[in-house]
Design a protein around this ligand. Sequence first.
Ligand code: ACM
Length: 696
Amino acid sequence: MNRNRIIQKIGFNPAFLAVFFFFLFLLIGKIAAEQTGLKENNQGPALMPVPAKLEWKTGVFRLDEKFYVGGEAKADSRAFKAVSRFMFRLAGRTGMFFEQDFLAEQKINDLTRFFYKFERPGQLVPGEDESYILEVFPEKIELQAKTDLGILRGLETLLQLLSADSQGYYFPCVRIEDKPRFTWRGLLIDSCRHFMPVEVIKRNLLAMATVKLNVLHWHLSEDQGFRVESKTFPKLHRLGSDGMYYTQGQIKEIIQFASDLGIRVMPEFDIPGHSTSWFVAYPEYASAPGPYRIERGFGVFHPVFNPANPATYKFFDEFFREMAALFPDPYMHIGGDEVEALHWKENPQIQAFMKKHNLSDNHALQAYFNKRILKILTKYNKKMVGWDEIYQPGLPKDIVIQSWRGTQALIDGAQKGYQGILSNGYYIDLCETTERHYLNDPIPPDSPLTPAEKKLILGGEATMWAELVSPETIDSRIWPRTAAIAERLWSPQEVRDVDDMYRRLKVINLLLEEIGVQHLRNQEMMLRRLVGSENIAALKKLASIAEPIKGYARHSQGRKYTSLAPLTRFVDACFPESLEAREFRKMVEEFLTTRRPESASRIYMYFLELKDIKAQVAALAEKSPVLREVVLLADNLDKLISISSEALSFIMEDKKPDASWLETSRKKLEEIKKPKAECQLAIVPAVELLVKSLNR
Ligand code: ACM
């Protein structure tokens, strides 16, 4: 019925129809004009992260198949391989058949037009120089850096600079002097709640490199799985992983792959809590008697290591000896978050131990445990990293505190001389907006820290916790939003223009596909599976304005999520943030400011695109019961279209709705906001703006 009303308004009222088409023609002309305007008014290529210093020059470097690259890197070195990858990507994007055998020869000669030069190989440690200078002249390109890492970062910038016009491909002339604001720019991947095969890790490493991230924080043990082959304690992976673990060969392969991309790999073994899977194999190191089973649910659980048992430390000594040799990174992350102390409380031996050692509470007991673990790590030349719960006075100053609960832990730590990295605000599993993450700064402008204390804030990490992601969906939860976090961690603090970030993000979103990341393409595959045919247009349109509900809300919608639950439903196919809804909101805001009739027509046209979705989704659901829940969401959309078209008509006809229409609409909007199929319609806030404008 509601749908009919908009058809009536748009289709059957002759006066309205005349006005509508008049403005439609105006609009078409306007869009054409804007497109040409955009070309003339060059906003520049989409660089993300924005370089520290950039100076556009006049002219362009025209790309042709005689594009020869030359440098002094050895054939199997990091820089040589990076330049080869660069050339493959350039050829792939432009369709050019380059003359040079860039895999065999990158020597400088008379043909060379792209010169790269660096002083020394970089070390994969915090604080290493990643700066570069990139100059594009009409006749040549020069890339110089202190280390090969700088070359890698500069190559990514150059690829982002590639432009095209009717004459062909070119690089705009420019001088860029770039270096990162923060030295620790990471992405945490949780391979435990859901196992992520090697190819998932590799393609995300490639994507990380494109936006200059340099740390893979690999979460490798949890209640739900122990994911590393241990030769010392093989029962750990055999019994604790359902057969889903990385062999040591695979780990080495990934570390080498990451190293070639200038990315560190820091492992995390989360102890003493979050540790059920270890106890399936070794219940003797737990605080309560077993037997234990691998945890399937999500949350915080009771199993916890026994800090009062001397054998626990002997076990960890041998365990970390093995892992310290396997992972070359100078840092080892020991987790330390969310320790549930019930089993400590219930164990009389642990209680007696606490009394004997004057450990007044559970925090003190965990601190004792951490100190013993720290000794072991130090023996094996590793520095300790942990979540903010590990902080305690007296720890050595080379540890790193990773703040997940808030920025205060970072501030407190820095004021006492401790290094820190920020993850609070970068929890990409919560499906929040890119804008929210983008504006979250490890050192905000109003930071109370002194310049010396600020130096202790090493950077930040996006965290991809894997309760609700599978190998099929993880890319879409990470990308493109993590590119904006990468910019926050690399670019100067003043780079904060949200609209410009979204403009560039749209471009980067597509560029990311080039290296194989599946954040976009998997959506259509998932929708086809849901529909059981190629007839996905309606569902795809609905997905373009639907978002998974935010935060942890999906866990309280009546379904119990476990590691075994399907992550193949409509909600899983939706992107965390609807970029289309953001554009729609801009459209509505523009209309409310200007009241231009052509803006109203634009909105009407947009709703026309949406108006058949409900009927189409309902028809699909007849044959695909898995879509029944989505019909409810489509029904909400239908109601939303109805309210919007009525509101628009009031505005355009300059009429005031009566109080009862306002009240009914408000109530309907409240209903529409309730999640359906664990999704929300991302265009609701814009419609609310329309309705609210009638209140005045
Ligand atoms: C965490 O999110 N518990 C580190």
